[in-house]
Design a protein around this ligand. Structure first.
Ligand SMILES: Nc1ncnc2c1ncn2[C@@H]1O[C@H](COP(=O)(O)OP(=O)(O)OP(=O)(O)O)[C@@H](O)[C@H]1O
Length: 277
């Protein structure tokens, strides 16, 4: 078991005291060591140990008494530092697969593995902590909090992650990181804007910055350019490609757009519940 995952799981066991109250622990932002940068050659890392993957994944949804099979034995791996696009027709199960990989939902059968360790069957608290520590997520509809500014939205995972005391103890570092992330996505001058005062591309870039707040190792992106026009979508893709290339961020992105998918290292196509190419 990798040491960082072992640490997360050990902490999930002791992050609640015997009364069930949450106990403060050191923030992920200060603990997760970044993997080394991708080689300058820019050659995609297609081989090497799997970071995130799944084995014979099955998932159906129940509609009344009828089961709708969506995933029917999906099996694939994503390497450290790889940028993979999942493509397929509408309704083929792309988002379902992403949610299972991100432990937002559970498969009916099969396994999801992170650094070789099974994660789909962890208790809910451990899955929450795992996502908080290791995964960042972005969605087509951004899911920003409308009453908060861009800066506060980026900071929000730190509030959620920390106890009040813990947050205040590290407030300065968190605020500095939130500002650095807004600079990274080119939005330093929009820090005080609320989502209603941002364009679609700016909202998505804010959501990317928020997803990076606690230094995830894997970014799961569900149609990140789906609501954007081509040129704004290109800006968002540029940001994702730079994060992948310069910071070795592993990215798994769902898209129905072949042009967007073409910017990833590798494309995985899903049809009729299976990987077909
Ligand atoms: N909660 C649910 N209950 C019942 N059926 C669902 C549920 N979520 C998804 N489905 C069905 O599962 C199938 C796969 O959905 P999913 O969202 O994974 O597809 P997708 O490939 O991401 O589609 P799109 O590209 O249109 O977003 C669809 O037929 C959808 O109607």
């Amino acid at each position: 078991m990798s040491s960082s995952l072992a640490k997360t799981l050990a902490e999930s066991a002791r992050s609640f005291d015997s009364t069930g109250s949450e106990v403060d622990y050191e923030p992920a932002a200060l603990r997760i060591a970044r993997p080394s940068a991708k080689p300058a050659s820019g050659v995609p890392v297609l081989a090497g140990p799997a970071r995130l993957g799944c084995r014979e994944l099955f998932k159906s949804y129940q509609k009344g008494s009828v089961g709708i099979p969506v995933l029917q034995g999906v099996h694939f791996d994503v390497s450290d530092g790889e940028f993979v696009a999942i493509i397929g027709a509408s309704g083929s199960g792309k988002s379902t697969l992403l949610h299972l990989l991100g432990t937002l939902d559970k498969p009916d059968a099969g396994e999801v593995l992170f650094d070789g360790n099974r994660i789909d069957n962890l208790p809910a608290t451990s899955r929450d902590l795992l996502r908080n520590r290791h995964f960042g997520m972005i969605f087509q509809a951004y899911h920003l909090l409308p009453e908060l500014t861009a800066f506060e939205n980026v900071l929000a995972p730190a509030y959620i992650y920390e106890s009040t005391l813990g947050y205040w103890a590290k407030r300065k570092q968190y605020r500095q990181r939130a500002m650095e992330l807004l600079e990274l996505v080119g939005l330093a001058d929009r820090a005080k804007h609320k989502p209603s005062e941002l364009s679609g591309g700016e909202m998505q870039r804010t959501a990317i910055a928020r997803a990076l707040m606690l230094k995830p190792e894997v970014l799961l992106a569900d149609e990140p350019t789906g609501n954007l026009d081509r040129s704004t979508g290109d800006q968002v893709m540029k940001t994702l490609c730079e994060l992948n290339e310069k910071q070795n961020l592993t990215i798994i992105m769902v898209t129905h757009d072949p042009l967007i998918a073409g910017q990833a290292d590798r494309t995985v196509q899903i049809a009729e519940g299976r990987i077909v190419g």
